[in-house]
Design a protein around this ligand. Sequence first.
Ligand SMILES: CSC[C@H]1O[C@H](OP(=O)(O)O)[C@H](O)[C@@H]1O
Length: 351
Amino acid sequence: MSEELRTVWWEADAVCLIDQLLLPHEQVVVRCTTPELVAHAIKSMQVRGAPAIGCTAAYGMALIALQSQAETVPALLADLEAGKVMLDSQRPTAVNLAWATDRLLTKARQLSAEVATPQALAAALLDEGHAVLNEDLAMCHAIGDHGAPLIPAGGRVLTHCNAGGLATAGYGTALAPMRTAFAQGRNIHVWVDETRPFLQGARLTAWELHQAGISLTLITDNMAGYMMKSGKVDCVIVGADRIVANGDTANKIGTYSLAILARAHNIPFYIAAPTSTIDLTMEHGDLIPIEERSEEEVTHLGGRMIAPVGVRAAHPAFDVTPAELITGIITERGVVTAPFAEGLRRVKEGA
Ligand SMILES: CSC[C@H]1O[C@H](OP(=O)(O)O)[C@H](O)[C@@H]1O
């Protein structure tokens, strides 16, 4: 199997990441040498996917500390508070962004009484950024271990968007069960939704699975129901951007439709996500902020206008799947099934 993918990493005083806007035909590394470049990478989706955004933002906070001109620790804390506001504002739906900036700011406050200089605090925050990344990698593999046995004997999994290594530090969430089952020698086939309008499936998931040697078929989003009705899908596994206390889950636009189709065809529908994607502060899915992205991402394809000039387009980038349509939520601490509230609290609190 190809060398394990790395999506975001720290190197030579910069947050480095694969420019996902250029995949699959170009593999270009972006070096974010300033917090503003980190913010741009998140907003523009050079890096995307909830856990990958979280890892990037964690290093973004460390970069803010390392480049701060603060002469005292309290002044550095003020810079970090402002930096959190700036980074959190780049994208609203994936909870991992605010989770990561909050973790780094909380760490800074905890250490502020112990460290003597802003430089010492900055060094400690870089270590925390490394911890976030390494924990994410471990969580992805654990999700693979818990998720692989859930793939039915037929091994035919439909997935949506990209919740693979490119959406995490590496290895992936929704793709982790397929990667792990494949590594265990199982016969796996993945139906990959292209995922209009940003084409994360066609450009990123297809690239990842092809690189890993895992069998796949690319389909347009409107083929999913046909494949299910034709008996070609054994289960659905998708990622998540925010899972709230009752199990309602925000994920890429089109996920809700898949959940309805899966229920209609009695096909198991799984969410795969690390516990960092669980947000117990929100009671239900109606509270999840849904990002509206530019109309041009719908009216244009590959930089070329596909709609008539002057035509408006809607572009909600996510939708919410109600908990009652979800068979199970695969986390690094095990699989949570209905009733979700107690199980999500258990895995989130690490019990
Ligand atoms: C493992 S999180 C992946 C998640 O993020 C994607 O959204 P985007 O590409 O806009 O960042 C999509 O919802 C994926 O399921």
